[in-house]
Design a protein around this ligand. Sequence first.
Ligand code: GDP
Ligand code: ZN
Length: 359
Amino acid sequence: MNQQLEGVVLRGHAGGWMVYVELLASTLICQARGRLKKEKTSIITGDRVELDEVSPANGTAVIAAVRERHNVLTRPPLANVDQVVIVQSLSPREWSLHLCNRYLVHFQLELPNCMPVLCLNKADLLEKAEIEPLQKIYQNLGYTVIITSTVTSNGLDELKKCLEGKVSVISGPSGVGKSSLLNVLHPGLKLKVDEREEETGFGRHVTTCSELYSVELGRGKSTTWMADTPGFGIYDLRYPEPSQVSRQFPEIRELAEDCKFSNCLHLVEHECNVLSNMDKVDQKRYESYAQIVAEAQHEKRQRKDSSTKVEAAVKNVGGKQGKGVVVPRLSQRYREQSRRKIRQELVQIDVDDVDDEES
Ligand code: GDP
Ligand code: ZN
């Protein structure tokens, strides 16, 4: 019997997983034990797993069990995350306070007890006098804000300090410099960096595979892990219920406690404590808040529409004790066609000898 070892899942690999085993200082290609497959146990990047049948010579092992997760991100799928670092670009062409807030809202919803860290990159492209007020807005709300530039190397030490010994997810729109940052922090990684400056945040994804990297920061002994979030774009950002958006804005959440109505959206309502204290809220943040509420309302309506369509397309065929089954509702045309077909078949049966009735 091999001794049972533990490892961390780095990424999926050809129907299996690449698992890093610290004790062996090596990465093994692993398949899940049949029982786990049968039980449909999900194994995702970041999972801590117990290994059997470890063969360092072949570089393989079998995943026998998945340890309980501290937390899990669903979009992008990742387990056991210590912190999320949201990277935004300060380049005047790319900076968007609203997009920055959208990322914050998304990751606050995903990991409710974990304030994201903001990394504002490409600081070389904006005047210091313009950076400071932005930094202040978020710092005053309790966020850690790190200003970086991979061109001047400013802020990289601070970023390293923040990452050290933790499992961090690096996220942000395409083209803000995530791969560049990872590469300067750990030159061995050689992540592909998009050479072409992108016009918008909607550009193609340069990285394609969800992966956890161990990063040598040349400091303490504890391993530093980072995950890029490839394939995760602005269309994957989650919206809360419209009435819950204010919870994701610390400054509005605080004031909202004294609004008259518990479901106040702080937009036009009477006796709204947020509206009576607008001098305490940054104007741009408030505008972005209102926009997110509007977007969340729109998304909710769309969700409702599409579920009504699904409801219209299926019907519940009742069984006993609520054991009904859902079957597709046949369209009128199909129903007519099939009735005609049944009639024709009946006519045929009448005419023909009823020999092969059983078949
Ligand atoms: P990603 O899509 O977020 O991984 O972004 P990349 O790392 O691929 O970078 C996108 C572009 O921004 C590349 O052309 C980089 O050279 C450039 N870039 C990255 N960091 C900086 C920076 O700090 N300053 C400037 N001026 N450009 C940067
Ligand atoms: Zn209110």
